[in-house]
Design a protein around this ligand. Structure first.
Ligand code: ADP
Length: 243
């Protein structure tokens, strides 16, 4: 069980998160939707301390972390237990696909090199890149680079993977291959929180959809609830605009 409670955050005088809460079960996929500027990315980044929230807690299993005042050790612990997939992949340009996936295992987790290589290859196989181990990021398409970064996230076997608009930087023809990998992961029981503009993914893959606007959760529910029976006018308006 993952429980996120009462997350608030301001930048200067601008409060961008106002008491946002979310809980999900192990194996569930949550899609976070909402207009640009509604706080989705800030919320996600707060969960593994890429941003420091002003308040809020994160429960991962039996452990509770204060998203404002966690110490260095706790921050590292949360980062070990979570994976993060960025919009712009963030791969090391001077390392191969295999090297990128092995890096965190070897340096942060002290996994012996041979074992790290085995795990990294398995992760790359899962995202359909078994023929690209030795390619450098510049030799890969955007979709392939994003799949490497997903492999990097799953290689550490995290409790939850946080995806920040993973397909937004991709050319349209490359989006499908990344969404297909994410759908595979979802079906194999990976716990995921996904900020996305891909309504098809939210509708067809997510167990729960969260609609945010102006730093608050306007509405949440099953995809059917949100897409077909939204109670809030703001939700309906947004969905009409984007579909
Ligand atoms: P979304 O992901 O929904 O588009 P964001 O979380 O990126 O929204 O941004 C929410 C608001 O917070 C926006 O108004 C944005 O300008 C502001 N914001 C985000 N990051 C920063 C920052 N580092 N400094 C100041 N303002 C920020």
């Amino acid at each position: 069980m993952i429980e996120i409670q009462h997350v608030s955050k301001s930048f200067g005088g601008n409060q961008v998160l106002k008491d946002v809460s979310l809980s999900l079960e192990h194996g569930q996929v949550v899609a976070i939707l909402g207009p640009s500027g509604s706080g989705k990315t800030t919320f996600l980044r707060s969960l593994n301390f890429l941003e420091r929230a002003d308040s809020g807690t994160l429960r991962l299993g039996d452990d509770v972390y204060d998203l404002h005042s966690a110490n260095k050790k706790q921050v590292l612990e949360v980062r070990r237990k979570t994976g993060f997939v960025f919009q712009h992949y963030n791969l090391f340009a001077n390392m191969t696909a295999l090297g990128n996936v092995m890096e965190g295992l070897v340096t942060a987790r002290k996994v012996p090199k041979k074992e790290a290589e085995r795990i990294a290859k398995e992760a790359l196989d899962k995202v359909g890149l078994s023929d690209r181990y030795d390619y450098y990021p510049a030799q890969l398409s955007g979709g392939q680079q994003q799949r490497v970064s997903i492999a990097r996230a799953i290689a550490t076997n995290p409790e939850v993977i946080l995806f920040d608009e993973p397909t937004s930087a991709l050319d349209p023809e490359l989006i499908g291959e990344v969404l297909a990998v994410m759908q595979d992961l979802a079906q194999s029981g990976t716990t995921m929180i996904v900020v996305t503009h891909e309504m098809g993914f939210a509708r067809n893959v997510a167990d729960k959809v969260l609609f945010m606007e102006g730093g608050v959760v306007v509405e949440e529910g099953t995809p059917d609830r949100i897409f077909n029976h939204a109670r809030q006018e703001r939700t309906r308006e947004f969905l009409q605009r984007v579909s």
